[in-house]
Design a protein around this ligand. Structure first.
Ligand SMILES: C[S@@+](CC[C@H](N)C(=O)[O-])C[C@H]1O[C@@H](n2cnc3c(N)ncnc32)[C@H](O)[C@@H]1O
Length: 165
């Protein structure tokens, strides 16, 4: 699976050589994308069967929703990348994981996506402007979109690229 066009478009904001945290990395499309660009990557997912550890890829198996301690306590990254995943209680620790000069690249489904299929439950859909609200006062918004997309499938998405102030 190829990288999200949003992530590819804004990957250049990540400081050269800086560590990247790929949250709910899945099969690792963004893990590989950033590894190929010379970034050390930490990929976290509860199912790491699709992720291979290499010299610059650290794979962490963790359930991010079961109340366990955050597996990366005290660590910060040049970028935190989240795509197609939403668990609101993680928002504070995701923001805290962006280090000085670092960026948050976040893209997931938003309200209105229920017209096209799943996810359709409110807990999996961002509200209008929610990513803007999330970073307000702490990050500088470089780019933001809330729109319908047709590739890789029809969906309503919200996405942001924001740098820590
Ligand atoms: C739709 S996939 C997105 C994968 C990847 N970010 C991408 O865009 O290709 C959602 C991912 O969230 C992971 N996930 C769901 N619930 C999780 C949890 N409680 N803890 C950790 N990972 C979880 C799933 O295993 C899956 O890999």
């Amino acid at each position: 699976m190829t990288a999200s066009s949003w992530i590819a478009a804004w990957a250049g904001l990540v400081p050269a050589g800086a560590g990247v945290l790929d949250i709910a990395a899945g099969k690792g499309r963004h893990t590989r994308f950033f590894a190929e660009r010379g970034h050390p990557i930490t990929a976290v997912d509860r199912d790491v069967s699709g992720l291979a550890t290499t010299d610059n890829i650290e794979v962490i198996a963790a359930d991010l929703e079961d109340g366990s301690p955050w597996p990366l306590a005290g660590r910060t990254f040049g970028a935190v990348v989240v795509t197609n995943y939403l668990h609101r209680p993680l928002f504070p620790v995701l923001l805290d994981s962006v280090g000085p000069g670092g960026v948050l690249l976040y893209e997931t489904f938003m309200i209105g996506n229920e017209r096209f299929g799943k996810p359709s439950r409110p807990e999996f859909l961002l509200n209008d402007g929610e990513l803007l609200e999330l970073v307000r006062g702490r990050f500088s918004v470089i780019a933001y979109e809330a729109r319908m997309i047709s590739e890789p499938a029809m969906a309503m998405v919200q996405r942001i690229a924001a740098r820590l102030l």
